[in-house]
Write a protein that binds this ligand. Sequence first.
Ligand code: ADP
Ligand code: MG
Length: 233
Amino acid sequence: ERACRIIAHARAEGRDVLTEIEAKEVFAAYNLPVAETRLATSEQEAVRLAHEIGFPVVMKIVSPDIIHKSDAGGVKVNIKDDAGVREAYRTILNNAKSYKPDARIHGIAVQEMAPWGTEVILGSVNDPTFGPTVMFGLGGIFVEVLKDVTFRVAPVSAAQAQRMLDEIRGAPVLAGVRGEGPRDRQALADTICRYATMVLDLADEISESDANPVLVYEVGKGVKVVDARIILK
Ligand code: ADP
Ligand code: MG
């Protein structure tokens, strides 16, 4: 179906990296809640897409050769008007070109700016013994410094996903900190299940993937995937 078509298209171009736009389309095919993201190939088009999506927007470089977009100066958030879109378009392209002169550039993604939420990370690897395995952790220092993550072999049931949320040391963060209300654990657990279904279903295609970050909102308000990455086998 849709996911396979996107993967086949990348392979036909000799790529084993999907762009964020492609990865989000694959995620969306499995009903994962991704931030609306569209590809612009000119300043003019970026302005039009920003109006269609609604300000404020986020803009990012779209290149299969730039995996860590922020490192390349390839991400601008909270862009509020036409002039901001035009400026971001030029700046991001220039930054990307000086970061990696030979990078293939598909264009610039214009995305809905998701409201602030608790940042979590989902990841997957295709383990030689266990097959597709899903990782969950809280974003930022929790993953990078504390390695506070937990794993399950796919598929992951709703009950297992709930347990993953409780297993990490940072679990209290999801109950709400600094006067914030409790986070939407139900939606997050659902998202983990669907993500596991995706990586299992596409086990022959996907080598590794991540959703970093996923923003988690208050109970009843769901989650939003704002960055997605898929590496093919
Ligand atoms: P990178 O390739 O560097 O990981 P990301 O797409 O994750 O780039 O963007 C960097 C950061 O910008 C994210 O960690 C998140 O905090 C913020 N961000 C990215 N996209 C959005 C969005 N659509 N809405 C709100 N914040 C976003
Ligand atoms: Mg990211």
